[in-house]
Design a protein around this ligand. Structure first.
Ligand code: NPQ
Ligand code: MG
Length: 376
């Protein structure tokens, strides 16, 4: 494809309830959405997973916007031919900035697949028509409010609960939710780097609650403390923030730091690299699951397609649209199935991501004028 323009949209979407993690409390999701247009009329959309401020990752919305405008978009708009498969090498001159690169690659892939009529799932290698969904539950002001929130998700059909934890909010909420959902309920925790090596003895207390995994207890660069924890506890350790590529995933698995992997396409630089992380994990017999970043339907659709690959054997953070938003940005909001598909989402089958952006909402929810980048 020859790209004609790349448009950056900046939106703010209120969350249905505040979402608190060890790194902060969000009440609004600020979203960077990218539309690419190619010669001949092909169009595609991508959603950047970066947050408004650099508190989950070093990348953040304004930084992604800047690196896209200044370096990445000019590189793609300055060449004659761009394909999803070429984007990573065309952008490799920029170090890092994986979330910014990922959104461009996703938008190009969407345009390319809409043109060829193939779905994201078919292209990535999906083998399932429905995927099992979990839900990520924020830190609550009190145990009783946590239990009532968890109850609504259990009633909605979610197949796995993930509790956000931090020092001072860990064993007690885990014990309470374990008694609420019973021994058979799938339960896991996510610390978003809030602990240190000094907490290893304390984290061993979680072994009593039969958790599927503990996600990213220590800072992203610290692989060796995760190895130490993995040797000290029976609960499997799962890395999220640390896993920025297939090479890092392979290394971390080989060192014994992670026996389950959270895959987020944005964090690893795009869906193509996400498939390589998946393939590396499958080759090493390591189960994977699809992470989430409070995506609108645009990013959610692509995640649900990724989660349909064969190595995704654990429920993901691929929740329904209404877990986060009263109204989604797409015509086809994601709703949990019923009957045998309770707690699952259907993998979209239409061309590209298979979802349609409600363009009037781009204007209604805009927090900045759209920026249109064109060929030099
Ligand atoms: C995680 N997601 O697995 C992340 C963390 C997270 C669903 O738990 C704005 C941008 C808000 C990024 C909130 C879930 C966010 C965010 C949470 C990422 O660690
Ligand atoms: Mg996480």
């Amino acid at each position: 494809m020859k790209l004609e323009s790349i448009t950056l949209h900046r939106l703010a979407m209120p969350l249905v309830r505040p979402f608190e993690t060890s790194f902060g409390r969000q009440t609004v999701r600020v979203v960077l959405l990218v539309r690419v247009r190619a010669a001949g009329g092909a169009e595609g959309w991508g959603e950047c997973v970066a947050g408004e401020s650099p508190v989950y990752s070093s990348e953040y919305v304004e930084g992604c916007d800047h690196v896209i405008r200044t370096y990445l978009a000019p590189a793609l708009l300055g060449v004659e031919e761009v394909t999803a498969e070429s984007v990573a090498s065309q952008l490799a001159f920029v170090v890092g900035h994986r979330m910014a690169k990922a959104v461009l690659e996703s938008a190009v892939l969407d345009a390319q697949l809409r043109q060829s009529g193939e779905s994201f799932g078919a292209y990535l290698g999906a083998v399932a028509g429905w995927v099992d969904c979990g839900v990520s539950v924020g830190i609550s002001p009190a145990i009783d409010t946590l239990l009532s929130e968890v109850s609504t998700y259990v009633e909605a059909g979610y197949r796995r609960i993930k509790l956000k934890i931090k020092p001072g909010w860990d064993v007690e909420p885990v014990a309470a939710v374990r008694s609420l959902i019973g021994p058979a309920g799938m339960l896991q925790v996510d610390a978003n780097t809030a602990y240190t090596a000094a907490d290893i003895d304390h984290l061993r207390l979680l072994d009593e609650y039969d958790l599927l995994l503990i996600e990213q207890p220590f800072v992203e660069e610290d692989i060796s403390t995760h190895v130490r924890l993995a040797q000290a506890i029976t609960t499997p350790v799962c890395l999220d923030e640390s896993i920025v590529s297939a090479v890092v995933a392979t290394d971390a698995i080989g060192r014994g730091a992670t026996s389950v992997v959270n895959i987020k396409a944005g964090r690893v630089g795009g869906y193509l690299e996400a498939v390589r992380v998946h393939d590396a994990c499958v080759a090493l017999d390591v189960p994977v699951w699809c992470g989430g970043m409070l995506e609108t339907g645009v990013g959610r659709a692509a995640n649900v397609a990724l989660a349909a690959l064969p190595g995704f054997t654990l429920p993901g953070d691929t929740s329904a649209s209404d877990r986060y938003f009263a109204e989604d940005l797409i015509e086809e909001p994601f709703v949990l199935g019923t009957g045998e598909h309770a707690g699952q989402l259907a993998v979209p089958t239409g061309p590209g991501t298979g979802v349609t952006v409600r363009e009037s909402l781009l204007r209604d929810w805009a927090v900045a004028p759209a920026v249109v980048l064109t060929r030099p």
